[in-house]
Design a protein around this ligand. Structure first.
Ligand code: ADP
Length: 335
């Protein structure tokens, strides 16, 4: 594809018809949260990002945000997320082959833009994936980042915290893995676990995890002001789809390694997890780091819309190769 100073045009799906829903805003139909039920707001204040960007070019990742690809529902900051209004089966009216062809285009865009981000060495991208067990985080990462230069891209998976991690504040281990300049970092599970599993399993008192919504917003705002674009995807599957995926893991010997009997126990807490996700998505969708809810029952649709959103975000960041050394064209390499 052409490579015109970061101004990458989005290619069509190959069918000649626009992706359904492309022109409409896909926000969650939601109602404003009741007064007094909001976490401390830490959204950037008016003009803050612009002032910092002027003083220190290269900082302030928020300057580069792109809307999510159609088919994804972005939780409107300050409104209550209503997961039941988002159909996990949605496929945007695309067919599988069309989506798979379109995915190749998006992957190529990511690959080209990632090289520029790495060369620019000013800003970075943090992609966060959260989902219920079997939600498809691993498969999404494998598919979307195929072909990306591993030197400029890191994936971190967060498990039950070690005793050392537990001895620090809850954000310590996530901050340590946040992307350096020029990098794309993927969080497979993230700081949100500390308001999800921790809440569902009652690992800390209510007052402790409730305070974390505001702390998470502050953390993400700090990353944003430091030049990191924070892109958050919730993979939304149905309860029935989880059943099918667990059954497939039991039935297929090649998937046995993925099966963990603990997942069956976790499934009993489905409703508690949905409630915890709803609150996290509601309280932590900020203008600088909104939550994107991805219909994720159909893997090919999920992969396409996530890849497209990442490619669009990188294109909006518009990373630039640094200036060449003056007079480089006249240099001769000695024999
Ligand atoms: P995955 O399901 O992501 O492929 P595992 O099967 O190893 O990986 O599960 C990781 C487990 O670690 C999950 O059950 C998750 O809830 C748990 N976990 C992650 N972060 C935390 C945390 N901060 N506190 C407690 N448990 C956590």
């Amino acid at each position: 594809m052409s490579h015109q100073h970061g101004k990458h045009r989005r290619k069509g799906t190959g069918s000649g018809r626009p992706a359904p829903g492309r022109r409409e805003e896909s926000k969650t139909p939601a109602s404003p949260p009741p007064a007094g039920d909001r976490p401390p707001s830490s959204a950037l204040w008016a003009g803050e990002a612009e002032r910092i960007a002027e003083a220190a070019p290269g900082l302030v990742g928020v300057a580069a945000r792109a809307p999510a690809a159609p088919g994804i529902a972005t939780v409107r900051p300050g409104w209550t997320c209503d997961l039941s209004s988002i159909d996990p089966d949605a496929d945007g009216g695309l067919d599988k082959d069309e989506a798979k062809a379109a995915l190749l285009v998006e992957r190529e865009r990511i690959k080209i833009l990632q090289e520029r981000l790495y060369a620019e060495h000013q800003r970075s991208l943090l992609v966060v994936f959260q989902a219920i067990d079997t939600g498809g985080k691993d498969g999404t990462i494998r598919s979307v980042f195929e072909g990306v230069n591993p030197q400029g891209c890191r994936v971190w998976s967060f498990k039950v915290p070690s005793s050392e991690e537990r001895d620090h504040d809850f954000l310590w281990r996530y901050h340590a893995k946040a992307p350096a300049r020029g990098m794309i970092t993927v969080f497979n599970r993230s700081h949100y676990e500390d308001v999800l599993v921790v809440r569902v399993k009652d690992l800390v008192p209510d007052t402790v995890w409730r305070a974390r919504y505001g702390l998470i917003n502050d953390f993400e705002r700090m990353l944003t002001l430091s030049g990191t674009v924070v892109l958050k995807f919730f993979l939304h599957i149905s309860r029935n789809e989880q059943k099918k995926r667990l059954e497939a893991r039991i039935a297929d010997p090649e998937k046995h390694w993925k099966f963990d009997a603990a997942d069956l126990v976790e499934r009993e807490s489905w409703d508690a997890y949905q409630a915890a996700f709803t609150d996290a998505l509601t309280h932590c969708s900020t203008p600088e780091a909104p939550w994107h809810v991805v219909p994720a029952n159909r893997k090919w649709f999920r992969n396409l819309v996530i890849a497209r959103t990442i490619a669009d975000t990188l294109a909006a960041m518009d990373p630039q190769f640094p200036d060449a050394q003056p007079g480089i064209a006249k240099l001769k390499v000695p024999d």
